[in-house]
Design a protein around this ligand. Structure first.
Ligand SMILES: C[S@@+](CC[C@H](N)C(=O)[O-])C[C@H]1O[C@@H](n2cnc3c(N)ncnc32)[C@H](O)[C@@H]1O
Length: 375
């Protein structure tokens, strides 16, 4: 992994080595083979992003008022849990390539099964049958490659996480980076407080993938074998208890709520498109703390692929960095080039340069080049 540091007109280079070795089989529930994912992304023009004043993209009237775009909305933990009670989650482990960090993830087939059993509308059909459709479904049910790069980076800086009290993941999908921070908090037995804000274009993704992954992490990391069985058998002592399935009984979900409260963890969710309404909602979930030393992380992976949305995602990230009090780090993981779509890390860097923003870019050496930009 090599890293370029940009301080406007200054630039330095440092180098570290990492070896990444994804095989296509490692990603059965992840983005499909490159050709598929790129084709699925590909209805955008290859046009680069235009420079502009910070804030202008957030207020872009066309974007904000386009009724075909999903409007932002906040969802409480309670409202999401309601749709999960009684659901049996099938899950698997996923390991990050560099540090081998093991995380739990609901299986994609299980999510699709739940979707197909529910009242179908057009959006659900698309989510079940397509990898990504612009402004309808933005691909959040699968884990994209760079999300594990973020997990590796966070894992390499594990000791710094003790100071983190707020995490906002933008375009979280399966939310593996946030899941990692949550896991570390649970394992550390800290109770000093952690606010997690998970955001995704699609409500369905938040409810059926992002939140279940948090519940699985909590259950695997905090329940012993007896509790694991007892909470699933609380309504029916004969139900089968499996190692790779978790039945979300009312008692288990209640224990989850209580455990979050005991540990001072809050979980909030925002669906819909980036823009001013979106950042206003996120602000309302993050009380500003003057003079705080607690650190915040704004995380995002594989969200800069669409050139048309580059101003919007850039300004969303910078708005949040500017809004949150205390030391705030923004980590943006992405493929260097999104072939067939037009987005690239270089375009993102140019946009940051145009806005006079300081950042450094860590290059991840792999077959398909990837980067993490730290702002
Ligand atoms: C390719 S998925 C990546 C998901 C996840 N971060 C990962 O790496 O596995 C892109 C994500 O960007 C988000 N996204 C894309 N366009 C968006 C938009 N206009 N407004 C809000 N979110 C958007 C969606 O939430 C979607 O889950």
């Amino acid at each position: 992994m090599s890293s370029r540091v940009h301080s406007n007109d200054k630039s330095t280079e440092t180098a570290m080595s990492f070896s990444f070795g994804f095989s296509s089989n490692d990603f059965s529930d992840d983005e499909l083979a490159e050709s598929t994912s790129v084709a699925a992304l590909g209805d955008a023009s290859a046009n680069g992003a235009a420079n502009g004043q910070l804030g202008s993209a957030l207020d872009d009237v066309q974007l904000v008022d386009d009724i075909s775009i999903v409007q932002p909305a906040q969802h409480s933990l309670e409202s999401l849990l309601r749709g999960l009670q009684g659901v049996r989650l099938s899950f698997e482990t996923v390991a990050s390539p560099e540090t081998g960090t093991v995380l739990y993830r609901r299986e994609l087939f299980d999510i699709k099964h739940q979707l197909m059993s529910s009242e179908g509308d057009k959006e659900l059909d698309i989510i079940v049958n397509e990898d990504l459709k612009r402004n309808v479904y933005e691909g959040g049910l699968k884990s994209w490659e760079c999300s594990l790069d973020l997990v590796d980076l966070l894992s390499a800086r594990r000791t710094d996480l003790a100071a983190v009290s707020k995490v906002i993941e933008i375009g979280c999908g399966t939310a593996l980076p946030t899941e990692y921070v949550f896991r570390e908090y649970l394992l550390s037995n800290r109770k000093n407080g952690l606010t997690l804000v998970l955001t995704d274009y699609n409500f369905t993704v938040l409810q059926l993938a992002s939140l279940p992954n948090m519940i699985l992490t909590w259950a695997k990391e905090t329940l012993d074998r007896d509790q694991w069985a007892m909470l699933q058998r609380s309504e029916d002592p004969t139900v089968p208890v499996m190692d790779n399935e978790l039945l979300l009984t009312a008692d288990l979900l209640q224990r989850f709520r209580e455990s979050l409260a005991e540990r001072h963890v809050t979980l909030d969710f925002v669906s819909g498109s980036w823009g001013r309404k979106f950042t206003d909602i996120v602000h309302s979930l993050l009380p500003q703390c003057e003079g705080t030393t607690a650190a915040s992380l704004v995380l995002t992976s594989e969200t800069i692929y669409q050139p048309e949305n580059l101003p919007l995602i850039t300004e969303t990230l910078l708005d949040l960095k500017g809004y949150i009090g205390g030391p705030t780090t923004v980590l943006v993981a992405a493929k260097d080039i999104y072939f067939g779509v037009g987005g690239s890390v270089l375009d993102f860097e140019k946009r940051l340069d145009g806005l006079n923003v300081q950042y450094n870019t860590t290059k991840i050496q792999s077959g398909l080049k990837r980067s993490i930009v730290t702002i």
